[in-house]
Write a protein that binds this ligand. Structure first.
Ligand SMILES: Nc1nc2c(ncn2[C@@H]2O[C@H](COP(=O)(O)OP(=O)(O)OP(=O)(O)O)[C@@H](O)[C@H]2O)c(=O)[nH]1
Ligand SMILES: [Mg+2]
Ligand SMILES: [Zn+2]
Length: 356
């Protein structure tokens, strides 16, 4: 049952779980309104739940960084003020550096069960890009599924499937015509009522087409029909949840596309866990995997057990992750140093004022 007799969404239709129930009891939130964040605007959140559905004000500036609610979050609201009291712990979280200063990490999507990584059976197909998306999914602690669209436009989709399946033994891959009637059936395992999905993939691969096919209506513009109206509206970030025909929720978050590999060391290692295991097996703990004796990586490449191209992609992604992470940490340090300086200047001024 998605809706109660008054037409409001039930908690389970919104994706509420037993885990959240026990947190509600532990945190003594029974008197608070339980809602899920359905859309994020610059100065407002759209929330839905059995106790309240509508627009609320986000918490004040004293809530910073990852504390701030994002799309998909479960909130406890004070009654009747609707003030945000509590953000439930997230089962999965996509985050990014805030625009501008580059200093603060910002939550961009929470409680996503499945990440649909979309690519096409054409020149878009790129193992390095897919591995980057997989690293983001693993880092966010969500389950990725790779969807290869435009299967109808190629004579042979098998090589694409094989390559995608070779990226990681635990990742499921499906090929389809994103406009087709079989989409719902093929994705059924991830589309149960109350499940939350998000999409990632480059422009033109068929993300909006999938949203439309799965929702059974044209709620998203696909290439060719761009919404000119949207340009004038600056308050909406465009992050919202769509209810699919199956009762699952699909997040539409443009920000996902620009996600960088940052603070994602665990995600990168998870994608390349075979390589991580090899590195562990090198004779020297600081092995550079070049000329060192007892190098398990070189050994695996020479034995044909590790694809040298995959080794190169791992090194590249790891370098990129480290570089981005360092940059963020430097920015953090700068902001902290500035704060310290400002505070001490202020303290100094105070002292002088008093002395006078
Ligand atoms: N033949 C065929 N065409 C497809 C398929 N998937 C998408 N298309 C077409 O590809 C074009 C781009 O699809 P969109 O759904 O707009 O792509 P998108 O990923 O949303 O792109 P952005 O919004 O730019 O990120 C549209 O003309 C779709 O009709 C498919 O599986 N088969
Ligand atoms: Mg689109
Ligand atoms: Zn080595």
């Amino acid at each position: 049952m998605t809706q109660d007799n008054n037409g409001t969404l039930t908690l389970s239709a919104l994706g509420w779980t037993h885990r959240l129930n026990s947190i509600r009891l532990e945190e003594q939130l029974q008197d608070a309104a339980t809602v899920r964040v359905m859309a994020v605007h610059r100065d407002a959140l759209d929330v839905a739940g059995p106790d309240y559905s509508g627009r609320i004000r986000p918490p004040g500036a004293d809530w910073t960084g990852l504390e701030r609610p994002t799309i998909g979050d479960w909130l406890a609201l004070e009654q009747p003020s609707l003030k945000v009291r509590f953000v439930y712990p997230r089962t999965s979280l996509f985050k990014r550096r805030a625009a501008g200063t580059g200093a603060e990490t910002q939550a961009i999507a929470a409680n996503v069960n499945t990440l649909l990584i979309v690519t096409s059976a054409n020149h878009d197909f790129n193992p390095a890009r897919l591995e980057r998306y997989l690293a983001l999914a693993f880092e966010a602690e969500t389950d990725p599924v790779i969807i290869i669209t435009k299967a109808d436009l190629t004579d042979d989709v098998a090589p694409y499937l094989e390559k995608a399946r070779g990226l990681h033994r635990h990742v499921l891959v499906e090929a389809m015509d994103a406009r087709g009637t079989e989409v719902e059936k093929r994705l059924a395992p991830w589309l149960a009522a109350g499940q939350t999905l998000a999409l990632m993939g480059s422009s033109g691969v068929g993300k909006s087409t999938l949203v439309n096919t799965l929702s059974g209506k044209a709620i998203q513009d696909t290439q060719g029909i761009r919404d000119d109206d949207a340009k004038g509206r600056h308050t909406t970030t465009g992050r919202s949840m769509h209810l699919l025909r199956s009762g699952a929720w699909l997040m539409d978050t443009p920000g996902m596309r620009e996600l960088q590999i940052v603070d994602a060391e665990a995600g990168v290692s998870a994608v390349f866990d075979d390589i991580a295991a090899l590195i562990e097996a090198c004779r020297f703990s600081d092995c550079g995997h070049k000329e060192e004796p007892g190098c398990a990586v070189r050994g695996a490449i020479e034995a044909g057990a590790l694809d040298p191209a995959r080794w190169k992609r791992f090194q590249k992604l790891q370098r990129e992750e480290r570089r981005n992470t360092e940059t963020v940490h430097e920015a953090h340090a700068r902001v902290r140093a500035f704060g310290k300086m400002a505070r001490s200047a202020f303290a100094h001024k105070l002292k002088r004022t008093r002395e006078w």
